[in-house]
Design a binder for this molecule. Structure first.
Ligand code: SF4
Length: 507
């Protein structure tokens, strides 16, 4: 059922029940806001003569319809009226557009919560990576990361060459052709991905440091993905304007396969003009036009991540980038990154871009494969060798470097930018802080020390450590190639505890 409750309709699924005028309201509002957000000259034209500016753009709405979505005061007034039960006084187009945005936010949240790896180790690891990202990047930034299961590149390099490319795509080299042999390999590899990750692998997408439209056979690979997983992966392209007829065919294909959201990255104002000339507002109802053009940053509202190639321009184009102190990454996969041309696969997870991880994601393991059987073995060995689903008593625990510890006589609190955890009833909390801060003790050693010096039952200490582990506070960053794991320095490294730290509540 598309209909929710009168007068609202869901727009990310089947549209056959949705009245034309409803789709027109939302898609025309969307088009107006795209132009208004990205084009300062259009803002000036609208300020001079709102009705003429709308007519020039072919927008079938009045100034009174659009103002509550572009003017702060008017937006607050519309919200107040809705909350006071006076929604009838707000233009229907405003309410419908807001409902559409709400639906998209809900869709993203659902996508994230429904991506549950079948492998229990991957599942526990992904949950920790989500928590770590909240702590490391802050809640707002972390909310935008879906922790998708996989990204599959169908080319090597990218022809677009954006200066701000957050994953520093190399120059275009070649693409994977849709030959009989490659199509079989593709389907087999998707099968392996589904086997190893689980059915939630269907939330993967077919680009990363690549533009999907660089591959002339993209449509075939997309259709195959649908055949294997029963869903259409999201397309994001910066070349929507390049060959309008091809783009239209891709969108029609995606639409016929029920793709809920696709995206055009608008890297120059001219591209927006061409997109708006080439497609009707209704055709782009479910295509987000992401503002990446220089003019969009002029008001200071929309800034790009300081990750990947953008880091080289941190000084020169600082007005268009988030500051170095703010968290930055565009990576959104906690899972597998494939390049089908090179036949490589990496296990990755987002992180704040840094000198060590300039692309804004950790590479935890990587390898190459020739065929599907080899890929299966490789992915399984990556999981076996690098991912743990629980904290073992002999594991050394070390807090992430961005985590701070605050303690009182009986209370200890760990905190990071986006997440904090407090533990009450911890006698001699200073000692626990010291043991955690050292980063060289095993779970067992900490539990024994706490029992000996503060009389804390080991089960209670294990529960504290386990909660820290599950909340992503312990350092799981892959070791630098030259570094080795720290050696245990505590005296009591004996096998007392035949326990695993599985407690789910802490003191
Ligand atoms: S941002 Fe996208 S389109 Fe631009 S260079 Fe990077 S991968 Fe290519």
């Amino acid at each position: 059922m598309t209909r929710q409750s009168a007068p609202f309709y869901r727009l990310l699924g089947d549209l056959s029940d949705v009245p034309d005028e409803y789709i027109r309201d939302v898609s025309h509002m969307k088009r107006f806001l795209e132009r208004w957000t990205m084009d300062p000259k259009y803002q000036q034209a609208f300020a001079r003569d709102p009705a003429a500016a709308l007519a020039d753009l072919g927008i079938d709405l009045t100034p009174a319809d659009v103002i509550p979505l572009m003017d702060r005061e008017a937006a607050m007034e519309a919200t107040r009226l809705v909350r006071a039960g006076r929604a009838a006084e707000v233009p229907p187009a405003v309410l419908r557009y807001r409902y559409f945005i709400h639906e998209k936010i809900e869709h993203r949240r659902r996508q994230r919560s429904e991506t549950i790896p079948g492998d229990p180790r991957l599942r526990a690891w992904r949950d920790r990576m989500i928590n770590r990202c909240i702590g490391e990047l802050g809640q707002d930034r972390a909310d935008q990361i879906v922790h998708a299961p996989a990204a599959l590149e169908l080319s090597k390099g990218c022809t677009v060459g954006c200066w701000f490319c957050g994953v520093a795509a190399p120059k275009f080299d070649s693409t994977l052709k849709y030959t009989e042999e490659n199509s079989q390999l593709w389907r087999d590899c998707l099968g392996v991905l589904g086997e190893v990750y689980g059915i939630a692998a269907r939330s993967a997408f077919l680009y990363w440091a690549t533009d999907p439209l660089d591959n002339p056979d993209y449509e075939h690979f997309l259709a195959d993905f649908y055949d294997v997983f029963g869903v259409c992966p999201q397309t994001t392209t910066a070349q929507g304007q390049k060959d309008i007829e091809r783009t239209r065919r891709v969108l029609q294909l995606a639409h016929s396969l029920n793709s809920p959201v696709d995206r055009f990255s608008i890297i120059a104002l001219n591209s927006l003009y061409r997109v708006h000339e080439g497609f009707t507002p209704e055709e782009l109802l479910r295509v987000e036009c992401v503002p990446q053009n220089k003019e969009s940053a002029e008001g200071g509202q929309i800034r790009k991540s300081n990750a990947g190639r953008a880091r080289k321009f941190a000084k020169k184009r600082s007005g268009e980038l988030v500051s170095a102190e703010q968290s930055s990454t565009i990576a959104c996969v906690s899972g597998f990154l494939f390049n089908m041309v090179d036949r490589t696969v990496k296990l990755i997870s987002p992180c704040n871009a840094s000198d060590r991880w300039p692309l804004g994601y950790w590479v935890i393991a990587q390898g190459t494969f020739e065929g599907a059987d080899e890929l299966r073995d490789l992915m399984r060995s990556m999981i076996d060798e690098t991912i743990r689903d629980s904290l073992g008593v002999l594991d050394i625990v070390r807090l992430r470097s961005d985590v701070r510890i605050v303690f009182g006589p009986d209370r200890l609190r760990v905190a990071s930018m986006g997440l904090g955890l407090a533990f009450e009833n911890q006698p001699q909390a200073a000692e626990l802080a010291e043991l955690l801060d050292a980063g060289t003790y095993t779970v067992e050693q900490i539990a024994l020390r706490r029992r000996a010096s503060a009389g804390v039952p080991p089960a209670q200490t294990l529960a504290v450590l386990d909660r820290l582990f599950l909340s992503g506070f312990f350092d799981e960053e892959p070791p630098a190639p030259e570094s080795t794991a720290p050696e245990s320095t505590a005296p009591e490294a004996t096998g007392l505890l035949q326990l695993t730290a599985t407690g789910r509540s802490a003191g």
